[in-house]
Design a protein around this ligand. Structure first.
Ligand code: PLP
Length: 458
């Protein structure tokens, strides 16, 4: 029986990334408020938000300082923009703070309102740069199978997930994908992590050579793949990939939309994984998800190219109304101040071993094939047979069922393609809350195993 709000939802709303048919009968979980790592539904039932919303609410759900920062800025100057010579204090200050934090050479910051817009901007800037450098054919973008970079036409094209391509007439021409660095699922029998990494780098090199290095502008990668399955790359992966990119002057874009701002126990995921990108995209935890804000780092050669283009055509022709929204920038400044003051990033590094130990214990569960992660992010994969790693038919919806059982146990986690389940709690989670999270997830897996037996799926 759907609640009144759920009925009204079904009658009026289109939900992103939702099975719209199943939604009509099941209805949504309608949330009303949050406190710490918990959210509460309209009946007052609490849930541990084991996904930090959508990988973003790093400081949890009741941070009064963030609310006050937004309120103050709204009262003072709720809106102005950065177009044509206009500016404001929060954007200037935030750009200064971010320049200091960036693990890549950064001359300037360009703000967006989302991760999709940040990555879309990266595509345009890579094209723009190559036009300015007099190499207009160098435009192709390489992403990875299961990589996730957003939903605009360009970023969905960079994304390597079928849901973003099928029936959308994507990817656009000029957007290519190389193999997913998921050792558990895609390594050959007997292959070492280093050999697997080298094989993927060789595949990247073969792709660049096949297309012609003079046509390949950029490669984009998340440090830890999020929506593609919470996948940590194997030993030596980025070192091998970077050697290829350097050989063919292919720009390296790190998509830090999930890993940026502490998720892996370092300020940026690139630092945890030995990545040396040319530029970073960021969003989500920049404001702890309280208001939308994203951005990209701009290096000096790119900035000089952008300036030269502005001279030529009279403007840098890109940006949205809300690029660098003052309220969002004020909240981001407060968020970063809290990360520093409360030593949140160091706290993640300290908590991660306990989180990862509890996660890896789930690999012993009869229906779990793999359970691993990095920092405060983890993924597990449900399999039909542990020895052969055989999976259930996608239409059986096993991981979706497990997520529903978790919800009934008071835990929100997310199912992803390939019967994978992601865990990515707020960074402020305590050791006791980590234990409660994994106790509930274990019970959800037990209930899923019972359901599999009852349905005769084995
Ligand atoms: N990049 C990554 C790695 C993401 O996980 C996401 C969203 O989950 C995006 C980009 C897109 O960000 P947004 O949904 O804010 O457009």
């Amino acid at each position: 029986m759907l609640s009144n709000l759920a009925v009204r939802d079904v009658e009026t709303l289109i939900h992103p990334y939702t099975n719209l048919d199943a939604h009509r009968s099941a209805g949504p979980l309608v949330l009303e408020r949050g406190d710490g790592v918990h959210v509460y539904d309209t009946e007052g039932r609490p849930y541990i938000e084991g996904m930090a919303g959508l990988w973003c609410t790093a400081l949890g759900y009741s941070n009064g300082e963030l609310v006050e920062a937004a309120r103050e800025q709204m009262a003072k100057l709720p809106f102005t923009h950065l177009f044509s010579g206009r500016s404001h204090d929060p954007a200037i200050e935030l750009a200064e703070v971010l320049k200091e934090l960036m693990p890549v050479p950064t001359s300037k910051i360009f703000f967006t309102s989302s991760g999709s817009e940040a990555n879309d901007t990266q595509v345009k800037l890579a094209w723009y740069l190559n036009n300015a450098l007099g190499r207009p054919k160098k435009k192709k973008i390489i992403g990875r199978q299961r990589g996730y970079h957003g939903v605009t036409i360009a970023t969905a094209s960079m994304t390597g997930l079928p849901a973003n391509h099928t029936d959308w007439d994507l990817p656009l021409p000029g957007f290519l994908h190389v193999g997913c660095p998921h050792f558990y699922r895609f390594a050959e029998p007997g292959e070492t992590e280093a050999a697997f990494s080298q094989r993927l780098a060789d595949e990247l090199e073969a792709t660049i050579l096949r297309e012609g290095p003079e046509t390949v502008a950029a490669f984009i990668a998340e440090p830890v793949m999020g929506a593609g399955g919470a996948i940590v790359p194997p030993e030596g992966y980025f070192a091998a990939i970077q050697a290829v990119l350097a050989r063919y002057e292919v720009r390296f874009i790190a998509d830090e939309v999930i890993c940026g701002f502490g998720r892996l126990g370092t300020w940026f995921g690139s630092e945890a994984l030995g990545m040396r990108p040319d530029t970073l995209s960021f969003a989500k935890a920049l404001t702890s998800g309280y208001v939308p804000l994203g951005g990209v780092s701009v290096d000096e050669p790119l900035y000089e190219a952008m300036r030269a283009q502005s001279l030529k055509i009279g403007t840098f022709g890109h940006g949205t109304t809300y690029s660098g929204h003052p309220v969002a920038c004020a909240v981001a400044l407060k968020t970063i101040e809290i990360y520093k003051r409360e030593r949140i990033v160091e706290g993640v590094a300290a908590k991660a071993p306990h989180f990862q130990a509890r996660l890896s214990r789930l690999a012993e569960h009869p229906i779990v094939g793999e359970a691993c992660g990095l920092g405060l992010i983890g993924g597990l994969e449900i399999v039909a047979d542990k020895a052969s790693r055989r999976q259930y038919e996608p239409k059986a919806g096993v991981a979706a069922r497990c997520v529903a059982f978790a919800q009934a146990e008071g835990l929100i986690v997310r199912f992803l393609m390939g019967d994978r389940i992601a865990v990515c709690p707020p960074l402020i989670i305590t050791a006791d809350e980590i234990d409660a999270l994994f106790d509930r997830l274990t019970r959800a897996l037990d209930r899923t195993a019972d359901w599999i037996r009852a349905e005769g799926l084995e």
